[in-house]
Design a protein around this ligand. Structure first.
Ligand code: E4P
Length: 218
């Protein structure tokens, strides 16, 4: 399973990219709004940092296929690595069909059922984004959705990649990997949580103390 960073914050993206653990980025209208910056400017900056797929979503207020297609074409022009994120609606599927046929990669987002994932794949989506955490939030096991989609795509020979989205903690990450997700898109805070273990910190402290006791600070 690969990792994308789920943010529009360029400092966090630089940091995670320097660690060598991410190979793409996903954004959404909420994440862009949080940064308070121009969409095209921030997306172009992200694309200059990470050499991999960058998902930029059509405006939240654009709900018709024609509008999404027009915006999707503009997003695709920003950089060769751009992926157009389209919400899972009937209009979104129409836009996915047209953009995919033009060779523009589409990430169909806000997936909450396997049926939605199957439709998105058949419309031509390069990626589907099932939202794990938001299902958990309503007491529905999100990981079961990832497992089901992974099983269906395997059985049906579907090449659309599964991006586990709405990932909230390291346990989610491990669950997604076990369930067969191709990618987990994770917030920077979760990447940092994944780096840590108290025994690692204690081990470093002990190595430092033992070394300094003999060699001093050199
Ligand atoms: C990414 O594609 C999604 O938009 C994002 O993971 C949603 O996460 P949230 O449910 O924590 O807002």
């Amino acid at each position: 399973m690969k990792f994308f960073l789920d943010t529009a914050n360029v400092e966090d993206i630089k940091n995670a990219n320097d660690m060598g653990v991410i190979c793409g980025v996903t954004t959404n209208p909420s994440l862009i709004a949080k940064e308070g910056r121009d969409f095209n400017e921030v997306i172009a900056e992200i694309a200059s940092i990470v050499d991999g797929p960058i998902s930029g979503e059509v405006k939240a207020t654009t709900t018709d296929a024609e509008g999404m297609i027009a915006e999707g074409r503009e997003i695709a022009k920003i950089h060769k690595n751009m992926v157009v994120k389209i919400p899972m609606t009937a209009e979104g599927l129409k836009a996915t069909k047209v953009l995919s046929a033009e060779g523009i990669k589409v990430n169909v987002t806000l997936i909450f059922t396997a049926a939605q994932a199957l439709l998105a794949a058949r419309a031509g989506a390069a990626y589907v984004s099932p939202f794990l955490g938001r299902l958990d939030d309503i007491s529905t096991p999100g990981v079961e959705l990832i497992e089901t989609i992974a099983e269906i795509f395997e059985v049906q020979g579907i090449e659309t990649e599964i991006i586990s989205a709405s990932v909230r903690n390291p346990i989610h990450v491990i669950d997604c990997a076990r369930a067969g997700a191709d990618i987990a898109t994770v917030p920077f805070g979760v990447i940092m949580q994944m780096t840590k273990h108290p025994l690692t910190d204690q081990g470093i402290e002990k190595f430092q103390a033992d070394y300094k006791a003999v060699f001093g600070e050199q």
